[in-house]
Write a protein that binds this ligand. Sequence first.
Ligand SMILES: Cc1ncc(COP(=O)(O)O)c(C=O)c1O
Length: 411
Amino acid sequence: MSARHEERAEAAVSQEALRMRPNPIRALSKLLASPEVISFAGGVPSPATFPNERLAEIAARLLRDEGARVLQYGTTRGVPDLATRVVERMRRRAVAWPDEANVLVTSGSQQALDLVARVLVDPGDVVFVELPSYVGGLASLYAAGAELVGVRLTDEGPDATQLEESVARARGEGRRVRAIYTIPTFQNPSGITASGASRERLLDVAARYDLTIIEDDPYGEVYFSDDARPPSPIAALSGAADRVVYLGSFSKILCPGLRVGWVAAREDLTRRFELAKEAADLCSSILDQSVVASALAEGLVDARLPEIRSFYAERCAAMLAALAAYAPDGVTWTRPTGGLFVWVDLPEHVDARECLDAAVAAGVAYVPGAPFFVDGSGRNSLRLAFSKEDPVRIATGIRTLMPIVAGRERT
Ligand SMILES: Cc1ncc(COP(=O)(O)O)c(C=O)c1O
């Protein structure tokens, strides 16, 4: 497009449209899509964990027996039976909102991120995000006009001291600080889980500076063993109910194609999220919600969790063993106890994006780290998803990859 055409095209759209950013990972998808390549790139659950047959039976029954309901519009809040089961599920993890009035069912937790950003953020407001953070969450916040400020992520969770300094600095500059967006459990992209103490500190800083905590928790139930059960969500801590907006999802414990997630929060906020959703899509698919509600009622989700956990545990163990065997000095990585991701830090002079073409040519794909950082750092890091490949291919892929990402000489 010529510069003049581009100017005219930009004049035709809103400021919000101009703030929207393409997903930097999707932009790599052509490069990463080749079927021969061993892929650590796609951050999606394995289809091997989807209960296709059981879902087919449930969907067929619903369509046959309850077609008038499941093929109709429904309330914006969500299918009541599903909301009740969501409340039960949160209660099991000690997340303490009293009832359905605190829950809005959404089309995946991604929609919840979009609604929360619209409702909480005015253009120019400061929102703190982890370094690194989930690009889909960053996209929703950018679109709402947030100024994103990074907070270093340690092995224990976000650095609360740095957060406090950044809040004070932003306040000193007269900026409005709004919220912190955090994924405390088996984080995408790093695999890090914040300790109980780190969660307490975050809530304490948020309370003292009047920040809302946006807690995104799609991986909390995907722990690898009973010993690896994560600390309770921040939303379960005392004093959290007024301050935390909690996002959940069935994507990683059932399947992402039924687009069902939720947001839970104070009632007044939930009502505003509901208004934003009404404008966005009236309601999430009633068929999708009803299939998930039936799967929960039949115990299908709980029955499958042990299998899902050991499926990912085996793959993660293969990846950690391969890294221990093949990673040269100067390369470090996280050791997740749940979720789908391992994060790798390379020697400082290595640019993971620059190594990607050579890696793909050698038959291995990954996601370079920089897009997960809002401060322009992270070039010498990468994300490895262990969800797609089996343990043998994981070992082969890591053995192939390590010399490519670690072997470049300083130029
Ligand atoms: C941290 C995080 N939040 C939200 C989502 C969106 O999930 P969904 O919309 O399928 O619930 C994802 C998906 O990968 C994610 O990793």
